[in-house]
Design a protein around this ligand. Structure first.
Ligand SMILES: *Cc1c(COP(=O)(O)O)cnc(C)c1O
Length: 381
């Protein structure tokens, strides 16, 4: 670690928390059963509904994104029921593993890494399974920085398997790309605090459509902490079922207010601009764009055969105090992943580019990079 340089967190989660939000979080620790906290909670539920673009309640789970994934499975299905999981990377595989642990008969639709799921192959796979009860996917598969066509996939599910719930892990999508839950007929959608909601790790969010709530009532998988019906009942009384990490909700509330003030479209635009910037200058430095369907929340750049991306990542951490991510499993050593969510500053992007240029010994011309970033709207002024 090189502490002579400012720390720059450019991972696809956790992401940099805006300074104003960190300050609010550190002011005091509220008790979760107080009128002051109740107000923040109600405002946060409301703000989340706006970001999810749903009329349904969005619940807050005190647990990381995987807790919301598990909640989606245990509240939607029963053991022995059939589910189809789109597996296009590490997180798709996690959906399948959770389903299997709970005795759900799990079919995998394996998608080559770096590609978006094909609508035709989804239709074909659904045609082969009798009475499939749920279809699981990511909106953005973070491990490969690939975005799927959620609108189109949703239509295929409705048409081919109308009884099935369409369940979307939107942890690196909701809050940073267009994903209107109700309009696109998503039955269960989840988000995570340390990704698009730009606060520290520890909270996740989940919303269920009316159809999903009907399935919830019938689901027989045992559940206690993640029983969404019990949480809903408590939320109806304007409280959470269990204790709540109140500083995280204070932070969430501040972020949601700022998102409303800026307009969610601007927050989305910001990610798109940062992603476009990263692709342009990454290519100029001789790196490749790994995904065939690149996301605007995270970019995967492939390194030349002569460059081990894991070593590059370690060097950035040790010499430059910059955190990015490498590749996992089959992508180990082959890609770097750079996040665009959260309060990424212009100077962070310049520092990263300059460091990459140094490591790759590139003579690429980057002089216009500064100009290009002036179009990115600031999150907090
Ligand atoms: C980060 C992430 C998760 C898991 O979240 P944790 O907070 O690490 O439990 C799940 N799905 C996707 C797409 C993610 O990016």
């Amino acid at each position: 670690m090189n502490n002579s340089q400012p720390y720059r967190l450019l991972a696809p989660g956790p992401v940099p928390v805006p300074a104003a939000v960190l300050k609010r979080m550190s002011e005091k620790v509220l008790h979760h059963r107080t009128p002051e906290f109740e107000k923040l909670l109600i405002e946060s539920w409301d703000g989340l509904k706006q970001v999810f673009r749903t009329k349904q309640p969005v619940q807050i789970i005190a647990g990381t994104g995987t807790a919301a994934m598990e909640a989606a499975v245990v509240n939607s299905l029963s053991a022995g029921e059939e589910a189809l999981v789109i597996v296009s990377g590490k997180f798709g595989e996690r959906w399948a593993e959770i389903c299997e642990k709970y005795g759900v008969t799990t079919h995998r639709l394996n998608v080559p890494w770096g590609q978006a799921a094909s609508e035709a192959r989804l239709q074909e796979a659904l045609g082969k399974i009798k009475n499939v009860k749920a279809v699981f996917t990511q909106a953005c598969e973070t491990s490969t920085a690939t975005v799927h066509s959620i609108r189109q996939l949703s239509q295929i599910v409705r048409k081919t398997a109308p009884q099935a719930l369409f369940i979307v892990d939107a942890i690196t999508a909701v809050g940073c790309m267009p994903l209107p839950m109700d309009e696109w007929e998503i039955d269960v959608m989840i988000g995570g605090s340390q990704k698009a909601f730009m606060i520290p790790t520890g909270l996740s969010f989940i919303a269920l459509s009316e159809r999903a709530w009907a399935a919830q009532a019938k689901s027989t998988i045992p559940k206690f902490y993640l029983d969404l019906a019990a949480e809903k009942k408590a939320n109806g009384k304007k409280e959470t079922h269990f204790s709540t990490p109140t500083p995280l909700i204070v932070g969430l509330n501040a972020v949601l207010q700022q998102m409303q003030k800026m307009g969610i479209e601007q927050v989305i635009k910001r990610c798109e601009l940062l992603a476009g910037f990263t692709r342009t200058y990454g290519e100029r430095l001789g790196l490749g764009i790994y995904s065939e369907s690149p996301s605007s929340s995270v970019t995967a750049l492939s390194t030349p055969d002569t460059v081990d991306s894991a070593k590059l990542r370690d060097w950035l951490e040790k010499e430059k105090n910059i955190t990015i991510m490498g590749g996992q499993d089959q992508l180990k050593g082959k890609i770097i992943r750079i996040g665009h969510m959260g309060d990424v500053k212009d100077e962070d992007m310049f520092a990263l580019l300059a460091a990459l240029k140094e490591y790759l010994k590139s003579d690429a011309e980057l002089g216009d990079a500064e100009q290009r970033l002036t179009t990115v709207p600031a999150l907090f002024s």
